[in-house]
Design a protein around this ligand. Sequence first.
Ligand SMILES: [Ca+2]
Ligand SMILES: [Ca+2]
Length: 508
Amino acid sequence: MSATKAFTFVISVLCLYSVFGQTPKARFEYKYSFKGPHLVQRDNSIPFWEYSGDALAGEDGVRVTPSLRSKKGAVWSKNPLQAPNWQIEVAVRVTGRGRIGADGMAIWFTEQKGTEGNVFGSNDQWKGLGVFLDSFDNDNQHNNPYIMAIANDGSMSFDHNSDGSSQQIGGCLRDFRNKPFPVRVRIEYYKQALTVMVNNGLSNKPDDFELCLRAVNVVLPNMAFLGVSAATGGLADDHDVIYFLTHTLHEPGAETAKVSEAERQKFEEEFNQYYKDLERAKEDYQKENPDKAFDPYNIPDDKLYESESNREMRQIFDGQMGIQHTVREVSRKLDELLGRQELVLAKVSSLPSGGQVPQVQQQAGGQQQQPVYTDTIKRHEVDRVLNNQNDLLQQIRDLRTIVNDVQARAMTIQQSGGGVQQGGGGANVNNQMAMHEIKDRLNSVSNDVSVLVNRPQPAMNAAGCPPPQSGSCLTPVVFFVAVGLQLVVMIGYMVYRQNKEATAKKFY
Ligand SMILES: [Ca+2]
Ligand SMILES: [Ca+2]
């Protein structure tokens, strides 16, 4: 039986070979391909390609999405590929720290360039072919990550809920995440037969591929744009395209008729020349602008992203730095306070018991210190002394006025004394009244003077202030002497008058 089976297998292979003919000739299409190193130009653009959304192009590939939530990105050929038969080989890396990733990637061959949408970062209802690398198991059938192909005429919407299981041409269960080598997907479309081969990322041998799906009678547009898109959701992976290589496939006979070997060589040379020029231009630019040679997109992954433990360590470190800074600040302020306190203490202790003269302290070593100024008389104290002196002068002026008044009244009494000879006994009464008045006035003067004498002296006088400038002011001693003399003279005059009147009465 096994011999029969083997025979059947050989016959079927021969039949297939007769159907598809000889192995097609492949022609590299550099305008529909990209590959590192030196993938991007000075302005970070990829020749013949454009990228959008959250995609970033680096020297060695395109990061279609970073491993952040809800990101979408895409890279598309600028021009459509016009070929009935073709082969695409795409090397991708899907890496993430989680055990499960999301959402996945798509390789496109569509009539229109894709726009941002919900089918792995690109629009739904596409016209053409989509080959999906679906990381997330939406229908919970435990059949993801999964690779599948879906051809769409523009009428169908991708059914995420079933992971497109009813819409696919075919597919295979392959874990393409976190592999040591890039996972390669080779899509071949030849005579309406679609073949998808996958390298599992466990080896980097060029021809190490496994069949994922094969389908015949698949109708695709003759002219279509090529692209790769990716999306992340609540979970996130890095989705990188390492290279995208396109070949058109030609039947061996037609190929020779169509393109001569010379033409092929010309194309190859053109391609090589282009890359050489590009590299030379880059080197020149780096030489001219060594400071600008840094490419922000070409940061290694380990620098762009940090691990969980590194992040925690960094946060702890940052926190400790903050605490250290605060402690240092507090310590500095404390030192400042202590310094001020010591200064105040030094000033207080150096205050002499009486004197206010600035003192120069000599240290034991003989080194001269800054003079320490002890407390001196303040401005307001000087003002107070001056005010007191003014008050004193004013009160003395008042006293002089009173004295003058007394003098004036004495003169009045003296004048009225001339009429005693006519007035007789009435003059005695007047004199007594005048005497009482003078007595009262003198008493009030005496009170004023005693108030002045008992007035508390300002403390500043004790502070060695110069005595107030008395100038021509009347001193109390002179004043009392004058008043005393006046009193003696007046009393003497009264006695003299009374004696005179007594002798005059004797004559009547
Ligand atoms: Ca899915
Ligand atoms: Ca599924």
